[in-house]
Design a protein around this ligand. Structure first.
Ligand SMILES: [Zn+2]
Ligand SMILES: [Zn+2]
Length: 61
């Protein structure tokens, strides 16, 4: 079965990472349904969306 890797950030967001086709589907544009969800090592920070830009707060002060 094809594998969809994902990471879960500390903010709780799940982000899809690389997709790997299994041998039967390799080289085609077909993928298994459903695909196997496989977690990657969890990052120790929040996702880009929830990370606050440095200096953002200063603009309002
Ligand atoms: Zn597959
Ligand atoms: Zn997030």
């Amino acid at each position: 079965m094809c594998i969809q890797y994902y990471r879960i950030y500390t903010c709780g967001c799940k982000r899809q990472e690389e997709f790997v086709q299994c041998d039967e589907r390799l080289g085609t544009n077909v993928r298994c349904d459903p695909v196997r969800q496989k977690p990657l090592p969890a990052p120790l920070h929040m996702c880009i969306r929830h990370m606050v830009d440095e200096g953002k707060d200063e603009m309002h002060s």
